[in-house]
Design a protein around this ligand. Structure first.
Ligand code: ACO
Length: 370
């Protein structure tokens, strides 16, 4: 038995949800470029869950269900008030989602219908939790979800308590489309491993949130912004990046296990970063990002991934840095739950082997003789 570090190149399951073939990403066979330019996040969530684009009435029903389910139990809000104000927002989300199961009468109902309802409920409630915690830690009251608006609109509304402008809603909606699913990424794999034991959907999503939090995965978008802030201005980019590369340190937001010629999602976020920078009159983050890309691609041949330009996009939308990864979670929840439903449909316990590298034939020595 020989291990492959990081399971690189290992095909661990079949899936009909999303594909990465020859550098092209599709959701249910539809190219991500088409979806980013034309679809809404709710259409994409429907596509991931049900395997086809919704008709207008199916979409209306989903929007109504998301609105109906968006409020979280009062106990959840009370619990969020007890979290330390400086808690990591992904840690808070991980705890909150785990607790949410305690208040869902259907939590342990493993029927397909109940699991679909829970996927929609989680999709509706995640933005409410993220926004509520973001306000509570600032000493503000949570804002109740608004009925009849999109996930992107509702999130920005609940975060600020004000009606978001159309450009911001559109930008966030596109970012949600771009992050919704990505084949067998680490957090989706974590979710599938968890539910393959026939554990419940909340356990799967809690595992996934834990995996997404790390800076080698979803946490990279926050790390990118921390880097941009640390660099400070475009004229400092060159010395900072050269220093990092000379020290063999990683530049966050670059590289990918699967894409070697660039992440197809990055160009959309780059365009949004420029447009939002022009609109807000602050192109500093975009200009710095472009210069970083030139240097990292030029010197290392590495291309930006989905996290790189999303940092400047979210900053232009005035979203606090530590909500970037929770926003990723809000979007990827659609993909996680689609994969969980697919896993249940054709389940087998996921239990690989390890190549043993420890001592052989060691003997037990009683504690008195050690
Ligand atoms: N900056 C500098 N060098 C890098 C980077 C980077 N961002 N990424 C990879 N490399 C180098 C490695 O140092 C290594 O060099 P070496 O062979 O000389 O040791 C080589 O490229 C291969 O890198 P690995 O880390 O082995 O590649 P792996 O496939 O395991 O990792 C990963 C992929 C985790 C994305 C990696 O590129 C990375 O750490 N990037 C930065 C973090 C990041 O942006 N994560 C988000 C990924 S997208 C997502 O999850 C949403």
């Amino acid at each position: 038995m020989t291990a492959t570090k990081g399971l690189e190149g290992i095909v661990a399951t079949t899936s009909s949800i999303s594909s990465i073939i020859d550098g092209y990403l599709t959701y249910r066979g539809i190219n991500i470029d088409e979806l980013a330019e034309q679809a809404t996040f709710e259409e994409v969530a429907y596509l991931l869950w049900f395997g086809k684009l919704p008709t207008q009435s199916e979409l209306d029903q989903l929007l109504a269900d998301l609105s109906k389910e968006a409020a979280v139990p009062a106990e959840m809000i009370s619990q969020l008030r007890t979290y330390p104000k400086d808690a990591n927002s992904m840690a808070a989300l991980r705890s909150a989602v785990s607790s949410l199961a305690l208040y869902d009468a259907e939590a342990n109902d493993m029927s397909k219908e109940a699991n679909i309802r829970k996927a929609i409920r989680l999709q509706a409630q995640l933005p409410t939790i993220v926004a509520a915690f973001a306000r509570i830690r600032q000493g503000l009251e949570p804002v109740a979800p608004k009925q009849g608006v999109s996930v992107a609109h509702n999130f920005l509304y609940m975060l600020t308590g004000q009606e978001p402008d159309e450009v911001a809603v559109k930008a966030l909606d596109t970012a949600l489309v771009l992050h919704a699913d990505h084949e067998l990424n680490a957090s989706t794999f974590a979710a599938r491993v968890t539910v393959a034991t026939l554990s419940d959907i909340y356990s799967g999503v809690t595992s996934a949130i834990g995996a997404l939090k790390g800076p080698l995965h979803g946490g990279a978008n926050e790390a990118v912004m921390a880097m941009l802030e640390e660099i400070g201005s475009p004229d400092q980019v060159e010395s900072y990046i050269s220093g990092k590369l000379e020290n063999k340190e990683k530049i966050m937001g670059f590289g990918h296990r699967v894409y070697k010629n660039g992440d197809p999602r990055a160009k959309h976020l780059m365009k949004m970063s420029r447009e939002l920078g022009e609109l807000t009159g602050n192109l500093r983050w975009y200009d710095m990002s472009i210069r970083i890309e030139e240097l990292v691609t030029g010197q290392k041949g590495l291309k930006p991934n989905v996290d790189f330009y999303s940092a400047s996009v979210y900053t232009s939308l005035e979203i606090p840095r530590d909500l970037f990864t929770p926003i990723f979670a809000i979007s990827r929840l659609s993909g996680w739950t689609a994969h969980i439903l697919e896993q249940y449909d054709n389940n087998r316990l996921i239990r690989p082997r390890a190549e043993y590298t420890g001592p052989e034939k060691a003997q037990y020595i009683p504690v008195s003789k050690r």
